[in-house]
Design a protein around this ligand. Structure first.
Ligand code: BDP
Length: 347
């Protein structure tokens, strides 16, 4: 629409000049035309942006993104109008990660797993059993390591405006009670498109099956997967608990998520606008984390009421030993080594 207005105003302004030169047009005509030309300038001043999100309304991520959008709108006096496309309607997360980099979408909220496929330094944060809980993870993300990580992500095309909470991810299965990792052996486990997740599932003796988030419930119903893994809030929001009621609370992944804008958009913003986006991003991350804590509690209560069953892990040592090839691999990799050393060294 804005583009059409721009083209129209250029045509009309040129016609005006032509008329003026050749016909010395009437005062009324010139007033009408200059109003249209000015209208063109005003329309140009507004920029429409598109935001991608995989979650539904009411989900902490969605609500925090809405607050970001309102904040940017208010602080730039309506210059940046961001339209939020939720429920992955613009495409699956893997595709959206590529779309953001290409500048086809401008704002998004990504899980660190698909994002790390485009920005491998993030893989250090995806290692199983690295963090005990979200507070532990944020000690690093909100500090120097997170700032360095954000810098490398920016060079890869993603400007982090806020670290969101991806919660503690655990395994859940449809057909048999899960009380220990051995119950996963031979099971088809849905994972996100992510090298670390695929490797982790293999190391547990299970079969990784990459399925887009929105198709997981269908996968359970059709029997193409036996198990999946995810956090409590998604488990409830997606209805996965209806198909897979046995959860092993192993919290194998405490995963960061990030509110990002494309480096392409970022480079077009003025210094003042960058400050506005950063402030709004930080504020939305704080809101997200607050909403998240409450929702984890209510989600667990809701699914328990519906019959979901949870087993706790008593001893993590054998789980961690199983992951040693993954740790060795990422310690040897120059892209992830520095961040891993910094995290492990400070434990
Ligand atoms: C959800 C994350 C989302 C992931 C999804 C998944 O918030 O970004 O894509 O898990 O498992 O909890 O695919």
């Amino acid at each position: 629409m804005v583009r059409i207005q721009k083209i129209l105003s250029v045509i009309l302004c040129n016609t005006f000049v032509v008329k003026k030169l050749y016909m010395r047009s009437s005062r009324l005509c010139s007033l009408v035309l200059s109003a249209l030309c000015l209208g063109g300038v005003a329309a140009n001043a507004q920029t429409s942006l598109r935001a991608w999100n995989t979650h539904p309304d009411g989900y902490p991520v969605t609500e925090a993104m809405k607050s970001f959008i309102q904040e940017v709108d208010a602080a730039t006096k309506g210059k940046y109008k961001i339209e939020l496309f939720s429920n992955a309607v613009l495409g699956d997360q893997g595709k959206a990660v590529a779309m953001l980099k290409a500048g086809e979408i401008d704002v998004a909220e990504f899980n660190s797993a698909p994002l790390s496929e485009a920005a491998p330094e993030l893989k250090a944060f995806n290692l199983p059993f690295l963090f005990t809980d979200s507070a532990h993870m944020f000690r690093y993300l909100d500090g120097e390591i997170g700032a360095r990580l954000a810098q490398t992500l920016q060079a890869s095309g993603y400007v982090v405006l806020g670290w969101y909470d991806g919660g503690a991810r655990s395994f859940y299965c449809a057909n048999k009670p899960l009380t220990t990792r051995e119950d996963l052996v031979g099971q088809k486990v849905r994972v996100q498109q992510s090298e670390v997740y695929i490797e982790m599932v293999k190391l547990l003796g299970a079969i990784p099956v990459v399925v887009p988030y929105k198709d997981v419930l269908d996968g359970f119903q059709k029997g193409t997967i036996d198990c999946a893994e995810g956090n409590m809030v998604s488990y409830e929001a997606t209805g996965h608990y209806k198909a897979a009621k046995y959860t092993l609370l192993d919290s194998h992944m405490i995963s960061p998520e990030a509110l990002v804008v494309s480096t392409k958009l970022w480079n077009r913003l003025s210094a003042d606008e960058k400050a506005v986006f950063q402030k709004a991003g930080k504020k939305s991350a704080n809101l997200m984390r607050e909403l998240w804590e409450k929702r984890v509690v209510s989600a667990r209560a809701a699914v328990t009421k519906e019959g979901a069953q949870f087993s706790n892990v008593q001893d993590f040592s054998s789980y961690i030993r199983r992951m040693s090839p993954l740790y060795a691999k990422y310690m040897a990799d120059p892209t992830t080594r520095a961040a891993l050393f910094a995290i492990v060294g400070k434990q």
